[in-house]
Design a protein around this ligand. Sequence first.
Ligand code: URA
Length: 191
Amino acid sequence: FHSDESKINMPKELDELEKICLNCTLCDLSKTRTHVVFGEGNPNADLMFIGEGPGAEEDKTGRPFVGRAGKLLTKIILNVLELTREDVYIANIVKCRPPNNRVPTIEEAETCKPYLLKQIDIINPKILVCLGKTAFMYLMNTDMPISKVRGQIFEFKEKKVIPTFHPSFLLRNPSAKKEAYKDFLLIKSML
Ligand code: URA
């Protein structure tokens, strides 16, 4: 079988995909999660953000990017892109929280990736923004450091991919906000 479609019987609608995903037990992250974090936002968005995986707040609420990093991301979307969270779509590489927020393993990422690929397929955004190295690495199958690739334009299935720093990194390294700001101006110019 094709790895994109692995073990999941893929529906054509986002709601149907979400229902399947909410019951997923394909990897061990399903054993420790509280909620599956499928993703949310505008199902017709031109812009889709891809993070790494749910953290504690996200696991608690079932919503992506609602903790401290999420609040920063929401602020950047509003202030720099002049958009709201409802205008864009926000998802993650893995839909269940890795224990202690460890980086998802390649097996977890590959097992979960068909959901993301189907989200991309259905939503059909123009631009995919990878937040941080993990998102870029697992989407693009590369391990280039984020500092080397951020702010550059890549392609994935005829969509533009722009990697930038993860908002958690920006919280820890506020001086990197200058570069992130440039990346978001580039994103804005492409919308
Ligand atoms: N960090 C992520 O990568 N994703 C989330 O949803 C929240 C924090």
